[in-house]
Design a protein. Sequence first.
Lengths: 115, 115
Amino acid sequence: NAGVTQTPKFRVLKTGQSMTLLCAQDMNHEYMYWYRQDPGMGLRLIHYSVGEGTTAKGEVPDGYNVSRLKKQNFLLGLESAAPSQTSVYFCASSLRTGIIYNEQFFGPGTRLTVL
Amino acid sequence: AQSVTQLDSHVSVSEGTPVLLRCNYSSSYSPSLFWYVQHPNKGLQLLLKYTSAATLVKGINGFEAEFKKSETSFHLTKPSAHMSDAAEYFCVVSDIQTSYDKVIFGPGTSLSVIP
């Protein structure tokens, strides 16, 4: 049981380049999330998904797109990278119970630098 | 709107002495509250969570937190710090009931443990 995995772990991009971050979970969780972490700001939600084929915007969605074609995978895309997108990106997932808030399980993170 | 304040951006303690990390929240309803820990270059791990059951919550690695509604606080404590406790700690509050487990992260408290 690997939990939540993220690919790649590190990446350096030039301004204007594009890339896709991959998140995979093997816990059969319905909900998946993409966050970015910047110093002194905690984690901020970029996009989330409540199930296969559905996605929605979070707090800071501009410049990012996502897709969830399979329940276990959640992809985060940067169409035209900007230096402001230099950050550490975390993927998370949680189990839908519909009653109480459940903990989110986090991946190890992807450190992205945009030059 | 829900919000989280972590009163100290950095806390330094000596090994073997008590740890206190402070968290205050703002919520218009009874929230769920979490503490997560992030060790250097790692993902986030759940320490403990409060979901309207017992107000004193025990977590992993000897940590506990007490929910005080009158003070809107959820401070994290540990009787005796260990070197391995050095990490970043995030207080997290559940957002207004939505279709997914939306939460809001505090900015984090960095804990240093001095030998």
